[in-house]
Design a protein around this ligand. Structure first.
Ligand code: UD1
Ligand code: MG
Length: 428
């Protein structure tokens, strides 16, 4: 589409009360700025991001995801404020869509909607019960937008206005070129406001938008509201595709998670970044991170940590799995399986631990097919267990075990008759 986009992200974000820049706070696993750049790139090949405070940090984080956005440094010293922010933008196209960087719920379709209207400025507004903090949209008697007045500059009457500026604008580039130099900083904050451009035009179209989509995140309370709204959107989308969720309000799913086929998620499940589930049942209070799970059941209260691949397996309660590949495996209870590769038909007994770390480096445990690992086994890595092996309960495995063998390292059990009575006396 022939439209340029500018995302303003140079502000200090004072109200977040954080040393981290506002736009780097995350919702559903990703920075607010990531969400909005991703959507903007769906409608434009000319995306500008305006930075100032902690610009290098923001640039570095965003360049993990995007390599073709233009980062611009605002001349904040001389031109602070949202008007100052867009002064340095050189749009490639004759229309520039300007977005606040603190609007993580905005989607490409909402941005596209602005392009259906012809005007020097297409701005957006919504009506809300608590307008505090937003710029108020002041109309004339013909219902035309006269000006936008910021909270800090508004008089008592203006503050009563419930129609507020949503913070997204589509400008004709020629209008900006002509009018940006006319902005002044004659206001309480001594800033150049983008919102003052509205009173410099006789051709302003205001469109009504949804508060839930256009909300600006200015505080950590707002962040929590945006998180709830995005979670609702993500989960509704999956449920419509056939995923069963028990008590969905207790489930947390990050924005890039993929769920395919028939999956069931019980209450309290967390699916973190980089997770993919196919035909899988995740039971109560399990956490899955950056792992792929197919045709399996996991939990309750299991933790699958990054880089695990689990297929056709049953993982029970209090099992932790990290960077491991399991295919056709049963690990029903209380185990730690880290840096392991475990093959079909193998049963991992309760209390099995892969001792994968010697204090300096991590080592692999390889377990073949049809192995029976007895309860309370320690596998000291690096170690390889071949197919068809039985490991007796309570064994510490420190050597590779050949195919078909039994591994057992137990002290003989000693029984001392009547010891109890000798120790405590016969009264006890
Ligand atoms: C802004 C609008 C307000 C609107 C609200 C909607 C102005 C003056 N006010 O207020 O009318 O109701 O958004 O959410 O625009 N930024 C810069 N450079 C700066 C200052 C800010 O790039 O010098 C960026 C911020 O990083 C942020 C965005 O602009 O992403 C908006 O700034 P913010 O301080 O959140 O403005 P609001 O007070 O929310
Ligand atoms: Mg804001």
């Amino acid at each position: 589409m022939n439209i340029s986009v500018a995302i303003m992200a140079a502000g200090l974000g004072t109200r977040m009360k954080s040393s981290m820049p506002k736009v780097l706070h995350t919702i559903s696993g990703f920075e607010m700025l990531y969400h909005i750049i991703k959507e903007a790139k769906c409608i434009s090949d000319d995306v500008h991001v305006i930075l100032f405070h902690q610009a290098e940090l923001i640039k570095e984080k965003m360049s993990h995801y995007f390599n073709d956005v233009h980062f611009i440094i605002q001349d904040h010293q001389n031109f602070p404020g949202t008007g100052g922010a867009i002064m340095g933008v050189e749009p490639k196209y004759d229309k520039l869509l300007v977005l606040n960087g603190d609007m993580p719920l905005l989607q490409a379709k909402d941005m596209q909607n602005f392009t259906h209207f012809q005007a020097e400025i297409v701005m957006s507004a919504f009506t809300c019960k608590e307008p505090f903090g937003y710029g108020r949209v002041i109309m004339d008697s013909d219902n035309r937008v006269k000006k936008i007045i910021e909270e800090k500059d508004a008089n008592a009457l203006e503050k009563e206005t419930k129609t507020v500026n949503a913070g997204v604008y589509l400008f004709q580039t020629s209008f900006l070129k002509e009018n940006l130099p006319k902005l002044t900083n004659h206001n309480v904050q001594k800033e150049y406001y983008i919102t003052d451009l509205v009173s410099l035009s006789n051709d302003v179209k205001a469109i009504l938008v949804e508060e839930d989509t256009f909300m600006g995140v200015n505080s950590k309370y707002h962040l929590s509201i945006a998180e709830t709204l995005l979670q609702e959107r993500i989960k509704k989308n999956f449920m419509e595709k056939g995923v069963v969720m028990r008590l969905p309000q207790t489930i947390y799913i990050e924005a890039d998670v993929v769920i395919e086929g028939e999956c069931i998620l019980e209450n309290g499940v967390s699916l973190l970044k980089g997770t993919k589930l196919v035909n899988t049942h995740i039971k109560t209070n399990s956490v899955i991170e950056k792992s792929t799970i197919k045709n399996s059941s996991i939990g309750p209260m299991a933790r699958v940590r990054p880089d695990s691949v689990i297929e056709d397996s049953h993982i029970g309660n209090f099992v932790e799995i990290k960077k491991s590949t399991l295919k056709g495996v049963k690990a029903g209870h209380l185990s730690y399986l880290g840096d392991a590769c475990i093959d079909e038909g193998t049963n991992i007994g309760c209390g099995t631990i892969t001792c994968n770390y010697d204090g300096k480096a991590k080592y692999q445990t390889i377990i073949g097919k049809n192995v029976f690992v007895g309860s309370d086994t320690q596998l000291v890595a690096p170690v390889t267990i071949s197919d068809d092996v039985i490991i007796a309960s309570g064994t510490t495995v420190t050597k590779n075990i050949p195919k078909g063998a039994l591994a057992i390292n137990r002290e003989p059990l000693k029984i001392v008759e009547n010891f109890f009575y000798k120790f405590f006396g016969s009264q006890k």
